[in-house]
Ligand binder design. Structure first.
Ligand code: PXL
Length: 290
């Protein structure tokens, strides 16, 4: 029997404060009508951009999750991984995908490791080649431009043409995933926008969307984007609608928060926007790249 409520295994860390990973993934996917089964990769006091964070690595616990869940015969419509607590977790996540995915399972890998040209504080450099390896197992990957550059061993670009974006997406797809998506693109044709591009190797089409930038960066927006994207694709949306819904959701949460004075980088008001995920799809702000 199919799961009456589609089920998603969410392989991410649990950060107590700072609005990211499981504290974002669970409410978003629950609101979108999925049962989320967390596989916690690490427990942190805050995300790693806040000085003094504590990190308890759960690498040794994860093989037990696979063994127990296999015994229970659990099945997942989606497997979605993000921030990993150690390089050794890549093989474990890879084993998890082997153990639980069928041809129908949507596997999404968000290669969380870097932003703004730099690796995150807890990330060893070897994570780059390991994330490259893990991406080969995914249908969808969602790097930001820094992560895409690191995975492709290219310099982080200051600006890009649409032709270059297509070349990057093709190169990411050559690593394995059918649907690579790149966020935070510095696109010449979309200056002062937060642009997102995607490629579907199955039909050879490239898509572009974006929203006007707001002059503040909030933490966790990448996790919000990938969570909505995962939910949207699992609900049966097309790739361009899925990137558009995700971009619109994140832009709304940013604008809702930015309207208040005095809220910091770690205080995006996710809950004020969550119910937008219940609306019919109203926006179709995407372009087909020629
Ligand atoms: O939002 C990505 C993310 C997830 N988890 C942890 C992080 C970060 C980014 O800094 O530190 C622990």
């Amino acid at each position: 029997m199919k799961n009456p409520l589609p089920r998603v295994a969410a392989i991410h860390d649990l950060s107590g404060f700072g609005r990211c990973s499981l504290t974002v993934v669970i409410p978003i996917l629950s609101t979108m009508g999925f049962e989320v089964c967390p596989v916690p990769t690490a427990v942190l006091s805050t995300h790693t951009a806040i000085e003094g964070f504590t990190l308890f690595d759960l690498t040794d616990e994860l093989p037990g999750f696979i063994k127990h869940w296999e015994k229970l015969g659990l099945r997942f419509e989606g497997i979605y991984s993000g921030f990993l607590g150690s390089v050794a977790q890549v093989d474990i996540v890879s084993n998890f995908i082997d153990a639980f995915s069928t041809p129908e399972t949507l596997v999404v890998v968000d290669p969380v490791m870097a932003d703004h040209g730099k690796m995150y504080a807890s990330m060893p450099p070897e994570m780059v080649s390991e994330m490259r390896k893990l991406s080969a197992k995914a249908k969808v990957v969602t790097p930001n431009i820094t992560e895409a550059a690191f995975m492709l061993n290219r310099p982080v670009p200051e600006s890009m043409s649409e032709e270059e974006v297509k070349d990057w997406l093709r190169a990411l797809s050559d690593l394995g995933p059918t649907m690579p998506v790149i966020t935070s693109l510095p696109l010449k044709s979309r200056e002062s926008q937060s642009a997102v591009a995607a490629y579907n190797r199955e039909d050879g089409r490239f898509w572009l969307t974006g929203r006007p930038e707001v002059p503040i960066q909030y933490h966790g927006t990448g996790d919000m984007f990938s969570s909505v994207l995962t939910g949207s694709l699992l609900q049966g949306d097309s790739l361009p609608i899925a990137i558009d819904r995700s971009s619109q959701f994140v832009a709304n949460a940013i604008r809702v928060t930015f309207g208040y004075s005095g809220l910091g980088h770690n205080e995006i008001l996710l809950e004020r926007s969550l119910k937008n995920l219940l609306s019919p799809v109203l926006s179709e702000n995407y372009d087909l790249l020629p």
